[in-house]
Design a protein around this ligand. Structure first.
Ligand code: ADP
Ligand code: MG
Length: 253
């Protein structure tokens, strides 16, 4: 028997009131794959990522993570348990760094493993030190978030997500709020994760980075998947007019 995909989205619909934002999204990410999700502002990319880790409730369709259905009609304690397990298995890094400002860098990283995974303080500390080294921030363990640059904060946010040993990492424009000179240091960390075959779904408006980091590229517009393929297919030989128009403006930048 073959393994299920790490992430499978089938005919997902999501509306805000009468405004349908996701109009039947299908998407699959295999274990170890890196999918770049591109598309104009307002096309539904963030709504899709937020739906994956249950920050939004979809109206219909199915979301599966490693063979377990994410969107289940649960209530009460069963719902709480389910949402906690889904969020532990999907690490999410947003545009705006959301570190806990009143905790040291180290504590930001150890809190989840200790509170949610039941890891000992000592083991969590070792893990945090290892992950800080991985994101190029050895020596910042005792710093406060306010003492860090935007790029450093995003790298701590990545380390914090990794500390939960997630099955998938979701990035929603992780570098778009950063000063240009800080973008590369965060992109480098994501590229390193890609080399280690971390399964990732990366929303980005940086087309060159998308082409470099991903195995597959998916172009969304107006709540639908317009086109999907390898980076070479989508960027060098787009089949759809809408993709061509989008790339004309975004590749020039
Ligand atoms: P993207 O991330 O691709 O820019 P979004 O998923 O943020 O797109 O938004 C898609 C559409 O959904 C936009 O028209 C946006 O205004 C709308 N939208 C997003 N979040 C909400 C919300 N909480 N309530 C109402 N409309 C929303
Ligand atoms: Mg967005």
């Amino acid at each position: 028997m073959t393994n299920p995909p790490m992430l499978r989205i089938h005919q997902v619909h999501k509306s805000y009131g009468a405004h349908e934002v996701l109009k039947g999204i299908d998407l699959t990410v295999q274990k170890g794959q890196i999918l770049a999700l591109i598309g104009p502002s307002g096309s539904g990319k963030s709504t899709l990522l937020r739906s994956l880790n249950m920050l939004e409730t979809v109206n219909s369709g199915e979301i599966w993570l490693d063979g377990v259905q994410v969107n289940q009609p649960l209530t009460g304690h069963a719902f709480e348990r389910h949402i906690n397990s889904v969020r532990q298995e999907m690490g999410m890094v947003f545009q705006h760094f959301n570190l806990f400002p009143h905790m040291s860098v180290l504590r930001n990283i150890t809190l989840g493993p200790v509170k949610l995974r039941g890891m000992s303080e000592a083991a969590a500390r070792d893990l945090a030190v290892e992950l800080l080294e991985k994101v190029g921030l050895s020596g910042k363990a005792e710093a406060w978030p306010s003492q860090l640059s935007g790029g450093q904060k995003q790298r701590v946010a990545i380390a914090r997500a990794l500390a939960m040993r997630p099955k998938v990492m979701l990035f929603d424009e992780a570098t778009s709020a950063l000063d240009p000179e800080l973008v590369e240091e965060v992109n480098q960390v994501m590229k390193q994760l890609a080399r280690e075959h971390m399964t990732m779904l990366i929303v980005t408006h940086e087309m060159r980075f998308a082409a470099e980091v991903s195995d597959r590229v998916l172009f969304m517009d107006g709540g639908v998947v317009v086109e999907e393929g390898t980076p070479a297919e989508v960027f060098s030989n787009p089949r759809q007019e809408r993709t061509r128009n989008f790339l004309r403006t975004h590749l020039a930048a």
